[in-house]
Design a protein around this ligand. Sequence first.
Ligand SMILES: Cc1ncc(COP(=O)(O)O)c(C=O)c1O
Length: 402
Amino acid sequence: MSSLWFPYSQMQTMPPPLKVMAVKGVKLCLQDGRELIDAISSWWCVIHGYNHPKINAAIKEQMEKFSHVMLGGLTHEPVEILAKELAEITGLDHVFFADSGSVGVEVAMKMAVQFWKNQGVKGKHKFACLFKGYHGDTSGAMSIGDPEEGMHHLFKGYLPEQFFIETSLQEMEKLFKEHSQKIAAFVCEPLLQGAGGFNFYLPEFLKGARELCDKYDVLLIADEVATGFGRTGTMFACEQANIKPDIMVLGKALTAGYLGLSATLASSKIYNSFLGDTYEKAFMHGPTFMGNALACSAALASLKVFREENYLQKIARIREILEEELLGFEAKGVKETRVLGACGVIETRTEEAHRGIQEFAAARGVWLRPFLKVVYTMPPYIISEEELSKVCRVMKEYFTGL
Ligand SMILES: Cc1ncc(COP(=O)(O)O)c(C=O)c1O
């Protein structure tokens, strides 16, 4: 019997987990001596690979000063500098930190609801969301994730009910015409819906959504927890539609996978609505570990490496290789392949079609974790061309039976 309860797992039937003893670059070194290329960046966050010397050094340096102080009434250099840098690169002027992507999304939802309340507008506390979306596992975040797919349908009745649409501007306008007086914000993962099945959609939809949100007085929340920091080919996916959300959520790669941290960024329009003489209008939220000094130092070091080592160019090269290797691939059980930025996907016809691929890949030195009907790679950006080709080869070999 395991005293450790694993995520998204049926504990009665879960195969024994692989034990990691060390990590280096893009590799996980296992107890049994195998070394696996981590093709999914530990759930999409380890963008610089493991044990990056510059990020290690930044954390050590901060640890010698202090690891953590509360942000209630206190402040410190790493959190202040990080807020400034994030504001600069997103164009959104105000940053509220929390400790995970899910909580960052909760913060964004509360900000949107209270924004309207602070303006004296009553009744706007629902959200417009996309089918196949995923925003985290806390209650509010679950309520805006796909109502049918995944596991969130288990909590129907417990979660608040939201409005769901396909990625169709006609559907969105119809919804807004009927219900915009109840809708605080439209929430989406821009361009790439990750945990809902790696569905991509075009920047035109996002651009149109921004226009409709403005026309019908609905805020736009961009959940860039998975897409932020280059994953779709630009620093933030919103850039490809040339839009600015009212609120943006960042997490995962923010600290390059070193520590839990999220940032919910808001425009001055949102922030200013919280100003006043009383607490009634203030934002009443404050996670214990918000703005943790070690996490902020890791984030600052990660951003520096990203900037100085021209990561967007590395990502463009990863995209080229993924396109060469995956696009047009056909085999039994494979429905479609697609690539966006540093994300390559093989969609299968059924979930059974990829059963066993995780063990198959691990036996060949690659760590994958397929789900629903997708086998995908979101590699660390430092992956070498040979390593990335190997990842793609192993993904394909499972289906061709080579
Ligand atoms: C788009 C998106 N938002 C939010 C989350 C939740 O982040 P966390 O797991 O850090 O709570 C995830 C996690 O996969 C995500 O992909």
